[in-house]
Design a protein around this ligand. Structure first.
Ligand code: GLY
Length: 373
């Protein structure tokens, strides 16, 4: 058997299932499945942070197959996001997650100028969230009584490529400068000496002083929310790719080495590496995202280290394929056992970005990827 036959087999399974699933989800923007069928988060919350991933999946599928079905759905997803672009309260640091997989992907593939325009608007709004006191990009807007003025979160590392892209497109260094200032702050305040990372860090928004860190979507303060670790290792290597600043590659490696050391023997990733021993909650999204980040890292390190990161990524992907994928074409999602947050009521369901990053990982291994970050 050819060394990469297993990954080609997964690619074929994705293509076969996706055409059927996409055909019955042309107008909606899925977040999760209800009795096996995708919901419509585009309708129930048109500003939700995950609303770009369905479009992103469609662009990846279009890039690999040239099937116009996927392009039409992706274009529709992008247009549905315009309502969000006009809603200030619904715009935040996650502009990257919404417009990189949709408008920027479209622009990269087709040169569509309306898509470029959307991307620049989203980047300007995101850059406007930079707080010079503390040198961080504010994550969220206030939620009612909850004042989020001083909060930054590790996930933002994945949103920074929107700013790197905007600098290139406009030849305006300010976007990139803001991204670098934020990445420097994240490196200093989020990564712990052992390579694990905080989810949320609070700064005094007036003085910029560090206030404290929070457990956020993980188990507790000082714990190790696995999706946050994955956002960090992938996000820092992306900042390295865009800036060539060696310290970002080193940051990505510190988090990646910590992550690899903590991968359980069965390759299935818990919601938090420090959740109680008797808790079995898993999060397949963390595995898929980490696999993507590890594969990018493997391309940036010296030849002798390449295999360490590629092997770890392959272990994660194989475990997902064997134990956490649903290939039944009557069911819309691919990945099972995704978890949004440790303390939520529901755990281990399907989440759209799990499918997105699983596909991205397979596309990286089969050289089919449209690089959207
Ligand atoms: N960016 C939010 C999350 O990972 O749940």
């Amino acid at each position: 058997m050819n060394e990469l036959q297993w990954v080609e087999d997964i690619f074929e399974k994705i293509i076969k299932k996706s055409e059927i699933v996409a055909s019955r989800n042309r107008e909606n923007i899925p977040y999760t499945t209800v009795e096996g069928r995708f919901d419509d988060m585009g309708k129930s919350n048109f500003c939700w942070w995950t609303n770009g991933f369905w479009g992103g999946m469609m662009w990846q599928l279009y890039h690999a197959t040239n099937n116009d079905l996927y392009r039409e759905i992706a274009e529709n997803n992008e247009k549905l996001l315009d309502k969000n672009l006009m809603e200030a309260q619904g715009l935040d640091h996650d502009n990257g997650f919404k417009w990189l997989p949709t408008s920027i992907a479209n622009y990269r593939l087709t040169g569509n100028l309306s898509s470029k325009n959307r991307g620049i608007l989203a980047a300007n709004n995101m850059a406007g969230r930079f707080n010079p006191a503390g040198s961080f990009i504010r994550a969220w807007n206030d939620w009612g009584e909850s004042k989020n003025t001083g909060l930054a979160i590790i996930d933002c590392m994945m949103n920074l490529p929107l700013l790197y892209w905007a600098s290139k497109e406009t030849s305006d260094p300010r976007f990139k400068q803001i991204a670098v200032l934020h990445a420097d702050t994240a490196e200093k305040y989020f990564i712990r000496p052992d390579g694990s990372v905080n989810h949320i860090v609070e700064f005094n928004p007036e003085t910029g002083e560090y206030v404290k860190s929070y457990g956020g979507q993980g188990y507790a303060e000082g714990s190790s929310w696995t999706r946050g670790q994955a956002w960090a290792l992938y996000g820092f290597v992306l900042s390295y790719i865009h800036t060539q600043k060696e310290e970002y590659l080193n940051a990505a490696l510190r988090v990646a080495n910590y992550f690899i050391t903590n991968i359980p023997d069965d390759g299935l990733i818990p919601v938090d590496f420090r959740q109680p021993k008797d808790c079995t909650y898993e999060d397949s999204t963390a595995a898929a995202i980490a696999a993507c980040g590890l594969l990018e890292i493997s391309k940036q390190v010296k030849e002798a280290d390449h295999e360490i990161y590629e092997k770890a990524a392959i272990k994660l992907i194989k475990a997902l394929d064997e134990k956490s994928c649903n290939w039944d074409e009557k069911v819309d999602n691919i990945l099972e056992k995704c978890t949004a947050a440790f303390h939520d009521k529901n755990h281990e369901f399907s989440i759209i970005y799990g499918d997105y990053f699983f596909i991205e990982a397979i596309w990286k291994l089969t050289s089919k990827e449209l690089f959207i970050w």
